[in-house]
Design a protein around this ligand. Structure first.
Ligand SMILES: *Cc1c(COP(=O)(O)O)cnc(C)c1O
Length: 375
C-alpha cells in the first residue's frame, strides 16, 4: 500500500493534448489560466507559478529583500527548504521549536527568538494544518517582521475562514506528487502586494524588466536592470495544474473523510496521539501524521518495520532541521536545543492516505499498529 498517490484522468490528458497541439509549451496561456484559478481559490490578488515550492520560497525571500545580516525565524520541524530559502539570500535561518500537538511553530517561542536583526518569519502550515495566524500576525506586527507562509502542504487550507497564502505578506505552495494536487514538480507564489508580484514576476524570468511599450518592433528586446533566474513553470505542467484545480475540492473533501475515519478507528489506541485541529484552524491532511506517546523512537520504528512487513508504506513526519548537518555544523546547534522538533522527528509516523482508499485498507493499517503494540 502506497503512502499516497496522485489522481489523474482524462481531464489532464485533454489539457495536455491542447497544450501540445498549440505548439506553445513554455510559460504562456495555460500558466496564466492556472494562476488565475489558483489565485481566485485562495482569494489573493496575485498568483505566480514557478518550478517548485522551493523556488517559490526563494523568490519570496528575494522579493522581500532579505540578505546578509538579517535573521529569519523558521520552525525547527519542517522540510529543509523552509530554511534553505532563507540561507540562499545570505540571511540566517534561526530556528524556533514547535508545538507537539499541532507540529506548527509555537507563537510564544517565536516571540522569544526575536532580536534586533529579525526581519521575517517563515510560517509553515505543516501537513496542511494552518498555523495560529492571529497570534503570529500580532507578534509580527509588533516587531515589524515580514510573514512568509510556507503553504507547501496547505493548498485549499484556511485560518478563521481565510484561505492560507494571502494572510501573510507572501505565500508559497507546492505541487510535488506528495502534495494535495500535483504538476510533477511545480509551485506557486501568492501575494496581495503589487510590488512583490512585480518583483517576483521579473526574478522568475531572468530579471527581465519587461518590454518598453512605446516601440514594439521585431528588434525590441526586454531590458535587464537586475540579476534574475529562470524559475518559470512550463505550460505542459500548467495544463496538468489546470485539470488538477478542477478536482481540488473533491480531493480535499475525500482526504478529510479519510482522516475522520482514521480518527475513529484509531481512537481506542492510548499509545498514540492523533492529528489535532485547534479552533479557527483547518487541515488538508496532505499527510496524516500520528505520534507515538511511549517507548520513543524504538517503539516507533518497531511499528514502521511491522507495517512494512505488511506491505504498508510509511514515513516519519518530517525533519528536525536543526539536527541536519548543514545547520548543526554551521551554527553549532545541539540536538537538544529544540527538543519538541527532535521528539517529533523520532516518534511520528505518516500513515497512507490517498484518494480512493477503502475502509478495508484503513482497518488493515490500524490492525497493523494494534498488533505491533501487543508484540
Ligand atoms: C514539500 C515541501 C516543500 C518543498 O516543496 P517543493 O515543491 O518540493 O520544492 C517546502 N516546504 C514544506 C513544508 C514542504 O512540505
Amino acid at each position: 500500500m502506497k503512502i499516497t498517490s496522485p489522481q489523474f484522468d482524462e481531464d489532464e490528458i485533454k489539457l495536455l493534448r491542447q497544450c501540445l497541439d498549440s505548439g506553445w509549451v513554455t510559460q504562456g496561456a495555460l500558466t496564466r489560466q492556472f494562476e488565475e484559478l489558483f489565485g481566485n481559490r485562495h482569494s489573493v490578488r496575485y498568483a505566480l507559478a514557478t518550478t517548485s515550492c522551493t523556488a517559490a520560497l526563494h523568490l519570496a525571500t528575494m522579493a522581500l529583500g532579505l540578505g546578509p545580516g538579517d535573521e529569519v525565524i523558521v520552525p525547527a520541524f519542517t522540510w529543509i527548504t523552509s530554511a534553505h530559502s532563507v540561507e540562499y539570500t545570505g540571511a540566517r535561518a534561526v530556528f524556533v521549536d514547535i508545538e507537539p500537538e499541532t507540529f506548527n511553530i509555537c507563537p510564544e517561542k517565536l516571540e522569544m527568538a526575536i532580536t534586533p536583526n529579525s526581519k521575517a518569519v517563515v510560517v509553515v502550515h505543516l501537513f496542511g494544518l494552518s498555523a495560529k495566524m492571529d497570534e503570529i500576525l500580532n507578534i509580527a506586527q509588533r516587531h515589524n517582521l515580514f510573514v512568509i507562509e510556507d503553504a507547501a502542504c496547505a493548498v485549499g487550507s484556511h485560518y478563521d475562514g481565510k484561505p492560507v497564502g494571502g494572510i501573510g505578506h507572501i505565500g508559497c505552495f507546492s505541487f510535488h506528487p506528495r502534495k494535495v494536487i500535483t504538476t510533477g514538480e511545480g509551485g506557486m507564489v501568492t501575494t496581495n502586494s503589487e510590488d512583490y508580484a512585480k518583483a517576483i514576476n521579473s526574478l522568475r524570468n531572468h530579471g527581465a524588466a519587461g518590454m518598453p511599450k512605446y516601440s514594439q518592433r521585431p528588434y525590441t528586446m526586454a531590458t535587464f536592470d537586475k540579476i534574475g533566474y529562470n524559475l518559470r513553470l512550463s505550460d505542459i505542467q500548467a495544463a496538468v495544474g489546470v485539470a488538477q484545480m478542477s478536482k481540488l475540492d473533491r480531493l480535499l473533501n475525500e482526504r478529510k473523510l479519510l482522516a475522520e475515519r482514521y480518527n475513529q478507528i484509531l481512537a481506542d489506541i492510548d499509545e498514540i496521539a492523533l492529528p489535532y485541529v485547534p479552533n479557527k484552524c483547518a487541515h488538508t491532511y496532505q499527510a496524516y501524521v500520528i505520534r507515538i506517546l511511549s517507548g520513543g523512537m524504538s517503539e516507533r520504528n518497531k511499528i514502521m518495520d511491522y507495517l512494512e512487513s505488511l506491505n504498508i508504506e510509511t514515513r516519519p513526519g518530517t525533519h528536525a532541521v536543526h539536527r541536519l548537518g548543514y545547520y548543526a555544523k554551521k551554527y553549532n546547534i545541539k540536538p537538544e536545543q529544540y527538543p519538541v522538533a527532535a521528539l517529533c522527528e523520532d516518534t511520528t509516523i505518516t500513515l497512507p492516505l490517498f484518494p480512493g482508499m477503502t475502509q478495508e485498507q484503513q482497518l488493515y493499517v490500524a490492525e497493523g499498529i494494534k498488533k505491533t503494540l501487543l508484540l
